[in-house]
Ligand binder design. Sequence first.
Ligand SMILES: *[C@@H]1O[C@H](CO)[C@@H](O)[C@H](O)[C@H]1NC(C)=O
Ligand SMILES: [Zn+2]
Ligand SMILES: [Zn+2]
Length: 450
Amino acid sequence: MGGAMSFSKWVFVVFVLHLLNPCPVRFSYGSSSSNGLSDIPKKLLNFAKRQELVGWMIGIRRKIHQNPELGYQEFETSQLIRSELDKMGIKYKHPVAVTGVVGFIGTGEPPFVALRADMDSLPLQEMVEWEYKSKIPGKMHACGHDGHVTMLLGAAKILQEHREELKGTVVLVFQPAEEGGGGAHKVLEAGVLEKVNAIFGLHVDPNLPIGEVASRPGPLLAGSGFFEAVIGGKGGHAAIPQHSIDPILAASNVIVSLQHLVSREADPLDSQVVTVAKFQGGGAFNVIPDSVLIGGTFRAFSKESFTQLKQRIEEVIIGQAAVQRCSATVDFLSKEKPFFPPTINNNDLHKYFQTVAGDMLDTQKVKVMAPVMGSEDFSFYQEVMPGYFFFLGMKNETLGKVESTHSPYFTLNEDALPYGAALHASLALRYLLEFGPEISLPEGNYRDEL
Ligand SMILES: *[C@@H]1O[C@H](CO)[C@@H](O)[C@H](O)[C@H]1NC(C)=O
Ligand SMILES: [Zn+2]
Ligand SMILES: [Zn+2]
């Protein structure tokens, strides 16, 4: 993996290069500001806000919204992406991780900077009544991934129109199955991102004003895992408990004991969550059931805390069930729902993001936020390459209250589309201009195409 070089080293290399070459030609972009780079984000936002581009993006977003597809089933979404890339003359690889599409714009040479959008919807019945409501019963784009795909296609259009200015290659990652399916992990396994120097991803945020962005350096989102346990006893007549082994009581004690993991065993300054969200057992007023199924999620911000929590969840369920003479089996469902690592933003990319977003939106519109216990499979990319994830504002008071993501009443503010497209495009284009030549210098053996 390239690109692990620190920014201070890059700055040093720039300095040295400038000493060797007294008339640098790299920063030829723009003219008014010191090096021209700071003009790029505003210029691309204006480009993205042009009527024809906005209209085209809205059309794409509504088409995807009407045809939501679940993880690894995004066949039509994938088809739509490819046909738009074809129209723009952008080359791509497909299939990547079943339905994924990975496009390439620029020289085909290093450095490589990646932009990621997730494609999947949720198993949810849309309750919003509007012209472009989901046509598929029980499926809905309630997390804004229809917008994410559209923004990345918007960025593709912007970048393709500015391809002469790309000093390297932009990699467009249209990724399947973010909602629990770990599509990012599958994309990495496909080996298409091995030479990527940095990756950026975004998520729409209904509670952040439009025109603002928010993120933070270091840990942003928690690592997450799921568990399911069957607590087995012996069923019988509810009036004669001495002839049964009651799994309802055992499961109840298990749940109470699980609550003590965070309150008594975790460092209070190290945020963690254990939630039992599922409790299924029994079906009659007068029958003690044979078994009870419980399930839930656990979250932590470090690998150590996460591993510790996982081990203790298993021990507590089995141990506490045994107190009531019940057996227990614990399943962490890691095949269907792979553990997501914590989303940890690269510190240097945070500084870079603040500069680019600040140039586009104004520095007061670029917020540093507290970490949240939600999770994102973008974290898989960050485990193997410098990555940066941020939230994109969507709230507009005059349009009324927006429901949160994963609500059947969720709505996406389409006014945010040009912001997302322009941020993606600016982050990529400027990254290649600013850091491109330095990144490839030390290794220098990246001739082959990605
Ligand atoms: C908020 O919504 C109103 C009404 O549609 C619109 O006129 C205004 O431009 C929007 N604000 C932003 C920042 O998009
Ligand atoms: Zn979601
Ligand atoms: Zn999402």
